[in-house]
Design a protein around this ligand. Structure first.
Ligand SMILES: *[C@@H]1O[C@H](CO)[C@@H](O)[C@H](O)[C@H]1NC(C)=O
Ligand SMILES: *[C@@H]1O[C@H](CO)[C@@H](O)[C@H](O)[C@H]1NC(C)=O
Ligand SMILES: *[C@@H]1O[C@H](CO)[C@@H](O)[C@H](O)[C@H]1NC(C)=O
Ligand SMILES: *[C@@H]1O[C@H](CO)[C@@H](O)[C@H](O)[C@H]1NC(C)=O
Ligand SMILES: *[C@@H]1O[C@H](CO)[C@@H](O)[C@H](O)[C@H]1NC(C)=O
Ligand SMILES: *[C@@H]1O[C@H](CO)[C@@H](O)[C@H](O)[C@H]1NC(C)=O
Ligand SMILES: *[C@@H]1O[C@H](CO)[C@@H](O)[C@H](O)[C@H]1NC(C)=O
Ligand SMILES: *[C@@H]1O[C@H](CO)[C@@H](O)[C@H](O)[C@H]1NC(C)=O
Ligand SMILES: *[C@@H]1O[C@H](CO)[C@@H](O)[C@H](O)[C@H]1NC(C)=O
Ligand SMILES: *[C@@H]1O[C@H](CO)[C@@H](O)[C@H](O)[C@H]1NC(C)=O
Ligand SMILES: *[C@@H]1O[C@H](CO)[C@@H](O)[C@H](O)[C@H]1NC(C)=O
Ligand SMILES: CC(=O)N[C@H]1CO[C@H](CO)[C@@H](O)[C@@H]1O
Length: 702
């Protein structure tokens, strides 16, 4: 006798059993699935090969059905059918590792078996045995009719799922790769320049199957933009906190003036399915709406940063209902998102709410030499409110908005698209005394009562990864015009520096010009982008990691440099390698790391198999860090999941060691490629000369 809990609506099941068996993909009733009686696990063997997606199918696993006779109704309750044995056979290479991993992770014991169409399916003895003798109380394998894994695909009938959390219910859906809950409101929309607070609605049914608006930027977006998105491989049974997965909390970049959590390149579906983690992405206020700070008023700035922390609060409070572990959250971001991660590492309002941090291509440095470094400095060295107001051209914000200076009522009435498009906008993290209360991240021994045992109370004591793309700075360097006749002139133009500084660089002999292509502008640009990468990206990361480990502010830390990328931010139209062959030289640009971290390389982009293999390897590194605070994947997990290329890559690359201070592992920097390689600190002397020695932060960051 079927458990009544799986019967659901008799009408719905009647409809489904009549139509679903012959045409599972079409003309299905639009009935939303519930987790009231069972957990739902979405399995999909994901090799990240976009060209290969059509050749794979997944399945749903439901909990603990009382007996075989109840299994069909259980699948019908999720608008699916018992998985046919023919599907298991046809896709054995998908199901064998997916189910082996379920056993490896301790979720379901494949040797006990699963109910499938016609009997029980076990993974016993390394092979498949079916049996019609049906033990009681097994999980059940159901078909998965959502066959499109694109973030742009609209949900199909029958794929909706309703989950309760807090006092609200959320209607999301599943696609090929994960359950998705999009456009969840995490905060009430406050008045302008008020701090947001946790969403206060109760008893609401929130449609979470489409992204919410991005925050106002350019002529698009809205001030009503307090949305987050969840991609998860697993929904626990309502009220259960069993088997919760680690959470990646993603903060997008975009210079604090642009970007969105709904960017397809950072969609979490591939990580959710390949790595069995929960991915959350958020929106936060941008530009003058997110960062205006006015001296002597109660407009104290950091609204965008405060939004991120409210989103984090929402995740801590609710993510367990969506399969995520609120005690195992890694915050991560790229560019301004990495600047946000850095700010949260030092924010008293955020410390304690996350357990790991990843900063991809954060900006900073540039203070000492003033080498046009200012565009990066403010991401890591925080202005006071008066400094920020001056730098943002605060008075000009009022005047260009046709408001009298400090007429806040007037400014509050300027339409958002106008405000964020004025000639000058606010976009700086500031020392507001509440969210950010230090001039930079504190990584000094002297601030520690006892360096070996005690966490720096001003800095989150969590494992971190910081790193760069090999040529991050090339994205922010001007390509010299064709009439450039000397390297000095090339340096001046490329870096926006005067002849005195260009001469000083050449005299230092630290950044030698090599006439390697015979093309003066290209060769000169090549030197300039090295300087730009060091001064704005690399040196600050190395001193942050060295200082953080030496002071024990961070319990451990990892460093990387991307050596293989595609695309990225390319205002100079530098393009990729000649003949699209990665063995030829090319620039690894800012932002080109995202498809690697998220496993989202498009089919059109792949130049050679190694590209995809390195994406498989690198996404495993970052997800492993989210899972275990160690980027080195467990070999047992790779074996269980059948990730042979990742395993090969891990072996050939060697262990990604922690940053050490002194000794043999001093300055372990992982060069991410296929396979990866180990390097020591890069350009130490150059960084010293640029003013950012390894102990820059250890000495207080001055
Ligand atoms: C989806 O559901 C709606 C509403 O029940 C129905 O009108 C429509 O025909 C269904 N579409 C498909 C393709 O099954
Ligand atoms: C199907 O149900 C979902 C969730 O309730 C709803 O958002 C969607 O509009 C419905 N689709 C159709 C075609 O009725
Ligand atoms: C399955 O359900 C039975 C009866 O409800 C319960 O005793 C048993 O612990 C459950 N097993 C699992 C693995 O949840
Ligand atoms: C998936 O959906 C996207 C967006 O609608 C569409 O472009 C793509 O062709 C679909 N893929 C398949 C395999 O149907
Ligand atoms: C700031 O002060 C103004 C005027 O005194 C008041 O209307 C507004 O609510 C205050 N804002 C905050 C965030 O306290
Ligand atoms: C300010 O006033 C000028 C002159 O009337 C007008 O051209 C301009 O569009 C106004 N700017 C804004 C932001 O309203
Ligand atoms: C070089 O070319 C640029 C435009 O590409 C021009 O602005 C500049 O005046 C030229 N400089 C010289 C010295 O001819
Ligand atoms: C060159 O630039 C540096 C840094 O901005 C500045 O300190 C210096 O005064 C400038 N020198 C000349 C000759 O303009
Ligand atoms: C660079 O090398 C080319 C030949 O490859 C030569 O013509 C040119 O003069 C060299 N330029 C410099 C600045 O050394
Ligand atoms: C030098 O290289 C740049 C970038 O590839 C190119 O735009 C430029 O035309 C080249 N100059 C010469 C003289 O070949
Ligand atoms: C990706 O999938 C396509 C289509 O199945 C296949 O031809 C190609 O070899 C795969 N690439 C890699 C690197 O496995
Ligand atoms: C500031 C402080 O508490 N220092 C202590 C650190 O630990 C050493 C050895 O246990 C003590 O001697 C210090 O007093």
């Amino acid at each position: 006798m079927a458990r009544s809990s799986y019967l659901g609506s008799a009408i719905a099941i009647g409809l489904l059993s009549a139509v679903a068996q012959t045409t599972p993909l079409y003309t299905r009733a639009n009935v939303s699935v519930s987790n009231a009686d069972t957990s739902l696990t979405l399995i999909y063997q994901n090799n990240l090969n976009a060209s290969d997606e059509a050749n794979h199918v997944g399945a749903l696993i439901l909990d603990n059905v009382s007996e075989y006779s109840a299994a069909a109704a259980a699948c019908a309750s999720v608008n699916e059918r018992l998985l046919p044995r023919s599907t298991l056979a046809d896709y054995e290479e998908d199901f064998a590792p997916s189910l082996a991993y379920q056993s490896y992770a301790g979720y379901f014991d494949g040797e006990d078996g699963f109910y499938v169409d016609g009997g029980v399916f076990t993974t016993q003895g390394g092979g498949y045995q079916t049996s019609s003798s049906s033990p009681q109380g097994l999980p059940v394998l159901c078909t998965q009719s959502s066959r499109n894994g694109s973030s742009a695909a609209t949900p199909i009938n029958g794929s909706y799922i309703t989950v309760a959390s807090g006092d609200n219910t959320f209607v999301g859906y599943r696609n090929k790769k994960s359950f998705r809950f999009l456009g969840i409101p995490y905060a009430d929309t406050p008045s302008r320049w008020q701090y947001s607070s946790l969403y206060s609605g109760t008893g609401q049914t929130i449609q979470a199957s489409a992204y919410g608006s991005q925050c106002a930027q350019g002529s698009s977006g809205s001030e009503d933009c307090f949305f987050l998105n969840i991609q998860t491989p697993y929904i626990p049974k309502a009220g259960s906190r069993k088997n919760l997965r680690p959470v990646l909390f993603w903060i997008h970049g975009g210079g604090f003036t642009g970007g969105t959590g709904s960017d397809a390149v950072t969609d979490g579906g591939n990580l959710a399915s390949k790595e069995d983690i929960v991915v959350v992405s958020i929106n936060y206020r941008l530009s003058t709406l997110g960062f205006l700070a006015i001296p002597g008023t109660n407009i104290t700035g950091n609204y965008g940063i405060a939004d991120q922390i409210v989103a984090l609060d929402w995740v801590v409070a609710n993510i367990a209902s969506f399969g995520g572990n609120p005690s195992q959250i890694t915050i991560a971001g790229e560019s301004a998102g990495a600047g946000s991660v850095r700010a949260l590492l030092g924010s008293p309002k955020a410390i304690g709410k996350f357990q790991g941090a990843v900063a991809l291509s954060n900006l900073g440095g540039g203070v000492t030499l003033g080498l046009n470094g200012d565009y990066g400095t403010t991401y890591s060295s925080y202005y006071t409110i008066p400094q920020s107001y001056t730098a943002a051209g605060g008075a000009q914000i009022f005047s260009s908005a046709n408001c009298t200076t400090n007429d806040l009522a007037c400014l509050a009435n300027v339409p958002a698209p106008t405000l964020v498009s004025l000639p000058t906008v606010a976009r700086y993290v500031v020392q507001d005394g509440t969210y950010v209360n230090t001039p930079n991240l504190i990584l000094t021994s002297s601030s520690l009562p006892n360096t070996t045992t005690t966490a720096n109370p001003q800095t989150a004591h969590v494992p971190v990864i910081f790193g760069v793309t090999a040529n991050d700075g090339a994205s922010f360097t001007n390509f010299p015009p064709g009439n450039t006749t000397t390297h000095a002139a090339g340096l001046s133009y490329a870096l926006g520096i005067n002849a005195t500084w260009a001469a000083a660089i050449i005299a230092s002999s630290l950044f030698p010009f090599t006439n390697s292509t015979g093309n003066l502008t290209l060769d000169s640009f090549n030197v300039s982008q090295r300087i730009a990468t060091d001064k704005t990206f690399r040196c600050i990361d190395q001193s942050t990691l060295y200082s953080g480990v030496a002071s024990s502010a961070f319990p451990k830390a990892y460093a990387y440099e991307f050596s293989r990328t595609i695309g990225g931010y390319d205002p100079n139209h530098l393009g990729g390698p000649k003949d699209n062959d990665p063995s030829n030289p090319y620039f690894r640009l800012h932002g080109a790391d995202l498809p690697w971290v998220f496993g989202n390389l498009g089919s059109k982009d792949v130049r050679e198999d190694e590209d995809l293999w390195s994406v498989q390897l690198v996404s495993s590194y970052f997800a492993s860090f989210v899972r275990s605070a160690d980027p080195n994947p467990e070999v047992g997990l790779l074996e269980a999941r059948g990730y042979e290329k990742v395993r090969e890559g891990v072996e050939r690359s060697g262990r990604w060691g922690e940053v050490g201070v002194g000794g043999e592992d001093e300055g372990e920097v992982r060069l991410l490629d296929w396979p990866g390689r180990r390097s020591g600190w890069v350009d130490v002397e150059q960084c010293e000369w640029l003013g950012y020695g390894l102990d820059y932060y250890l000495k207080g960051g001055v």
